[in-house]
Design a protein around this ligand. Structure first.
Ligand code: NAD
Length: 293
């Protein structure tokens, strides 16, 4: 029997509607939640992400600022913009879109962002808060979106064996931190490029989360029948017949895996839309923490 589809578009829509409603609550106390996105250079995919973030903010009734800087921007110039946004009371959340040009040091830029405005959750203070379970930080938006998807589809995490493929700071590691928190109570295994005999791990997963960056890497034989499969991957695959010359594919071979899995996210339309929805929500949370005199 084909797997049940976990509809990220629908869940993201619900979250964005909730955010829009709560934005009104903030406005009523005189705070307009504001998000600033800094884009350095002309990367086509980044431009699309940034444009979508801006539109989503405006649709939710938030204040949105996009700062576009040339590809020749120096580290000093970028840090000066971050400082400016840190000091701007109209901005509650900010992010610097990655990747940055080679002359910029991403780690230094991330560390310069005020942790209270770091709605991407990449600052080491927020990464630390996530691990120790402090609720006043920010979790990275993509794994936070996966948690929302699991929660709203009532996928049981308590005692579940979860296997995550990928150990990045953006997805794999924070995903594991979220899943092991008391109240969520999953048993988590993180696999990566040096994992021996990957399939023995993946085949015992009740929930399998793929964040690898390789199209159709997870095949049906790697999946336990009935498992929930979450595909974080977004990969461009050449397709001469497509308008742009490529199509998007996840890290999971959807056609075959959906015959084995119990629940599965599609790509596109799965985890992707949740990332922006969670960014809006984190910005709202940041704004709600502002004390009004
Ligand atoms: P990354 O390149 O930083 O990490 C990839 C991970 O995969 C690494 O930890 C590596 O060890 C692991 N890996 C690589 N080859 C492997 C193999 N053969 N076996 C086991 N593990 C292997 O990538 P990332 O930033 O974590 O992103 C992963 C994917 O998720 C990408 O496709 C990216 O585009 C996508 N992504 C999507 C969203 C979203 O909004 N949906 C957000 C972030 C990332």
């Amino acid at each position: 029997m084909p797997a049940e589809l976990l509809d990220g578009v629908a869940v993201a829509r619900t979250i964005r509607d909730e955010v829009a409603r709560d934005v009104l609550v903030q406005k009523a106390r005189g705070v307009i939640p504001g998000l600033a996105v800094v884009l350095v250079g002309e990367d086509a995919a980044s431009s699309v992400y940034v444009r979508n973030k801006g539109r989503a903010c405006e649709e939710a009734g938030m204040h949105s600022v996009t700062i576009r800087m040339p590809v020749t921007t120096t580290q000093g110039e970028l840090l000066a913009v971050v400082d400016q946004l840190n000091a701007d009371p109209a901005i509650h959340g900010m992010l610097v879109q990655m990747p940055l040009p080679v002359q910029c040091n991403a780690d230094e830029v991330i560390r310069r962002i005020d942790p209270a405005k770091d709605v991407d959750g990449f600052h080491p203070i927020n990464a630390g808060k996530l691990i120790i379970g402090e609720k006043d930080g920010f979790a990275p938006c993509t794994p936070a979106g996966v948690m929302e998807l699991l929660r709203r589809y009532e996928v049981k995490t308590a005692g579940a064996d979860v296997v995550i493929i990928g150990r990045s700071n953006i997805v794999g590691k924070p995903m594991a931190s979220l899943l092991i928190q008391p109240g969520i109570d999953a048993t988590v295994t993180i696999c990566h490029s040096r994992t021996r005999d990957l399939i023995t791990h993946t085949r015992r997963a009740d929930i399998l989360i793929a964040a690898i960056g390789r199209a159709k890497f997870v095949t049906a034989d790697m999946v336990k029948p009935g498992a929930t499969v979450i595909d974080v991957g977004i990969n461009r695959v050449d397709e001469p017949r497509a308008k742009n010359g490529y199509v998007l594919a996840g890290d999971v071979d959807f056609t075959t895996v959906s015959e084995v899995a119990g629940k599965i996210t599609p790509v596109p339309g799965g985890v992707g839309p949740l990332t922006i929805a969670m960014l809006l929500r984190s910005t709202l949370v940041a704004a709600s923490r502002v004390v009004v005199a």
